[in-house]
Design a protein around this ligand. Structure first.
Ligand code: HEC
Ligand code: HEC
Ligand code: HEC
Ligand code: HEC
Length: 149
């Protein structure tokens, strides 16, 4: 669906502004990063000429490629980088208000409640720049809770 669809509801302060928090995170810039000189240098070592068009890089740097080396959805522009549905699963069937308000129904319709394993699909030694991954530390930097009370 893309983050603009999730934004219809998840940009509101009373919902927790998940879209703003994501936009300010590295995940929203994951495609842009592939255009930097550092990325070109990393790519060259893997036989990749242009990281911004190669599935070997885009599989972890965009939702559009969805962990594969080929595009899985044209509905989400690659420029969006790593967005909501990379972690929460494709939103087509769960994003209706009546479904979203009922966690069990949403999970039934494909919503993923992500955990450490979700992150490790990308944060792992296959990434050319990988150093380490600590879930608690990394989650703290990108958390986006619904306000309580
Ligand atoms: C029509 C409004 C609407 C849209 C569009 C929408 N959501 Fe939601 N979402 C809600 C509401 C309402 C809740 C209930 C949680 C709360 O705010 O208390 C919710 C809850 C969630 C939760 C928490 C679920 C749980 O209980 O663990 C996630 C994750 C989520 N939405 C992700 C998304 C994503 C990703 C998209 C886009 C693909 C999306 N939503 C689109 C309204 C919406
Ligand atoms: C689809 C692949 C993917 C998934 C899934 C993913 N990440 Fe990332 N993550 C990336 C990429 C790519 C970057 C680098 C973005 C950039 O700087 O351009 C990144 C960067 C980050 C950063 C910024 C690191 C810094 O520089 O401080 C944090 C924090 C982070 N991720 C946390 C998480 C957490 C927590 C999860 C799981 C809940 C997760 N990520 C899941 C791909 C992913
Ligand atoms: C297995 C998933 C994965 C693949 C494949 C992948 N990356 Fe990444 N990349 C990541 C993650 C995760 C991060 C963020 C790491 C962190 O900050 O801890 C990242 C970060 C980066 C960074 C920023 C490094 C920094 O320290 O700020 C560059 C540049 C980069 N990747 C280039 C590439 C290039 C070029 C390719 C293709 C040859 C590629 N990546 C393939 C997951 C991946
Ligand atoms: C890097 C992975 C990742 C991305 C990207 C991401 N989320 Fe999440 N999201 C999580 C994790 C992990 C949780 C916490 C799950 C849990 O333990 O309840 C979460 C929780 C949520 C919740 C529930 C918060 C609460 O307090 O109950 C909502 C709503 C949500 N995300 C919406 C979004 C929306 C909308 C986007 C895109 C703008 C998004 N998320 C992007 C990983 C991600």
């Amino acid at each position: 669906m893309g983050s603009t669809k999730c934004a219809i509801c998840h940009k509101k302060p009373e919902q927790g502004e998940q879209v703003r928090i994501w936009q300010e995170s590295g995940h929203a810039k994951a495609f842009e990063t592939l255009g930097t000189p550092e990325a070109k240098a990393q790519g060259a070592q893997k036989g990749v000429e242009n990281p911004q068009t190669d599935g070997k890089c885009l599989k972890c740097h965009s939702t559009a490629y969805g962990f594969t080396e080929a595009v899985v959805t044209a509905a989400i522009p690659v420029e969006e980088g790593v967005s909501c549905e990379s972690c929460h699963g494709p939103g087509k069937d769960y994003m209706k208000k009546s479904v979203m308000e009922d966690e069990a129904a949403a999970v039934e319709a494909g919503l993923v409640v992500p955990d450490e394993k979700t992150c490790q699909k990308c944060h792992n030694p296959e990434a050319p720049t990988f150093k380490s991954f600590n879930y608690a530390e990394y989650w703290e930097k990108i958390k986006h809770p619904v306000p309580q009370g």
